[in-house]
Design a protein around this ligand. Structure first.
Ligand SMILES: [Zn+2]
Length: 67
């Protein structure tokens, strides 16, 4: 199992929506949940998170297929 640890910085602004409360990845939790979807992200940080999320989802999908 891979763990996902998220730290929220309440002084840091989200690169995606501009609100405070960004995580280590540069975007807020709300935008992270958006990144799991298929709608493309506006910011570079958002796109990076989306790419990583897709990789995690793809890996989980492959692992679940294993006998
Ligand atoms: Zn946001």
């Amino acid at each position: 199992m891979s763990k996902l640890i998220i730290n929220v910085d309440y002084d840091k602004r989200c690169a995606e929506c501009g609100k405070t409360g960004a995580t280590d990845s540069g975007i807020c939790l709300k935008c992270i949940t958006k990144a799991i979807g298929t709608k493309p992200m506006k910011s570079l940080q958002g796109q990076a998170v989306q790419k990583r999320m897709n990789e995690i989802i793809e890996k989980a999908r492959k692992e679940s297929k294993r006998p």
